[in-house]
Design a protein around this ligand. Structure first.
Ligand code: ACO
Length: 336
């Protein structure tokens, strides 16, 4: 029987043009470039204009990924949009599918906050490994600037907007997804939330519904920090174990770009040298589901990550959710 697997054959990224640096941000809240850069490594972030849609960024990133993969949109069977900030609560993936011209693809949103890309990667891979689909597009896109409290210095300094995408293709007798580990812990849900705030509205005598609105991001930064530095190395180690690999086999660590201190602590715990850690958070901040594919795409386009390289990616965030995927970049099976 033929064994089916995946190859990740294209990547793309898109960020808004407007940049807000730490000094300018300190005109809005009581903070400083010194505080933000020493605690997080972030120096500036990109912010979407009011008229920019999430789909604009998602489509731009996707087109780049398709071009790199040499695939026409009409050849896609599946589009997954990992996002927590869809403009349409019913989902924005179909809009991306339509605007790309991916007429044959089924499209749906996947919500797992900053773990969305890793969760989406594993989800897409299942459809390809079973032989049901041949070509999949995974987009991670978020515009968190619409949901942060711009008067809360503990959170507004951290986030930025963007999109990143990858193309996954089915291959035979090889599998670029070497191992993964996905986890959730709803017991710590209150550490990071963007909640619906109900407002009771009476319709008729005895029938009351809620007509509320979504609030703003609320986060216990210290708890999230502790969670990340403990759980991310564990997840990567489990995924490596399933791949029958060790940390020495990792060419690149591509972690969710939340905080440079988290990246450094995770690398240290895993004994992965700093030069193998991809980081672009200084320029973009935390772009949630977009951060891993954005960082991956930059590293691919600058020829740091090369076909056949082994990547350990890990996402973590609200839910709480976290996960790791060990995968090979590019048409590795053709290079061999
Ligand atoms: N500027 C200046 N001072 C600040 C700022 C700021 N922007 N933010 C907080 N402070 C102050 C606090 O008020 C506090 O002052 P106090 O001691 O007088 O009360 C002091 O700095 C220390 O605050 P801490 O919260 O202890 O700072 P910490 O070193 O923990 O850093 C941070 C905070 C950067 C948020 C860190 O905890 C962190 O990175 N946590 C992880 C957060 C994260 O990654 N979240 C995203 C997850 S992904 C997702 O799903 C969206």
């Amino acid at each position: 029987m033929t064994t089916l697997g995946i190859a990740i054959t294209g990547s793309g990224g898109a960020t808004p043009d407007t940049a807000l640096d730490n000094d300018t941000l300190s005109q809005i809240v009581e903070t400083s470039d010194e505080w933000i850069s020493s605690r997080t490594g972030i120096r500036e972030r990109r912010l979407a204009r009011p008229e920019t849609q999430l789909c604009d960024l998602a489509v731009a990133a996707s087109q780049q990924a398709l071009e790199m993969a040499g695939l026409a949109p009409s050849e896609l069977d599946l589009v997954i949009l990992a996002t927590s900030t869809a403009e349409d609560l019913f989902g924005s993936a179909s809009n991306v599918q339509h605007r790309l011209g991916a007429s044959q693809a089924v499209a749906f949103d996947l919500t797992a906050a900053c773990s969305g890309f890793v969760f989406g990667l594993v989800t897409a891979a299942q459809f390809l490994r079973t032989g049901v689909y041949r070509n999949a597009l995974l987009v991670g896109a978020d515009i968190l600037s619409r949901w942060v409290d711009w008067s809360d210095r503990r959170t507004c300094v951290l986030f930025g907007d963007g999109a990143g995408a990858v193309v996954l293709q089915r291959v035979e007798e090889a599998d670029g997804l070497l191992g993964f580990e996905l986890r959730s812990n709803g017991a710590q849900n209150d550490c990071l939330m963007l909640n619906y705030q109900p407002e009771a509205q009476s319709l008729v005598e005895g029938v009351t519904v809620s007509q509320g609105r979504y609030g703003r991001i609320a986060m216990n930064g210290q708890e999230v920090y502790k969670f990340a530095v403990k759980k991310v190395p564990e997840a990567i180690e489990k995924a490596l174990f399933r791949a029958n690999l060790s940390t020495d086999d990792i060419d690149w660590l591509v972690l969710h770009q939340a905080n440079q201190r988290i990246l450094d602590a995770v690398a240290k715990r895993l004994n992965v040298p700093g030069e193998k850690v991809i980081s672009n958070l200084a320029r973009y901040g935390n772009t949630s589901a977009a951060s891993i594919p954005l960082a991956l795409d930059e590293a691919v386009r600058s020829n740091r990550i090369r076909p056949g390289d082994t990547i350990a990616a890990s996402g973590f965030g609200a839910g709480l959710t976290w996960g790791a995927a060990i995968f090979k970049w590019g048409d590795f099976y053709r290079e061999a």
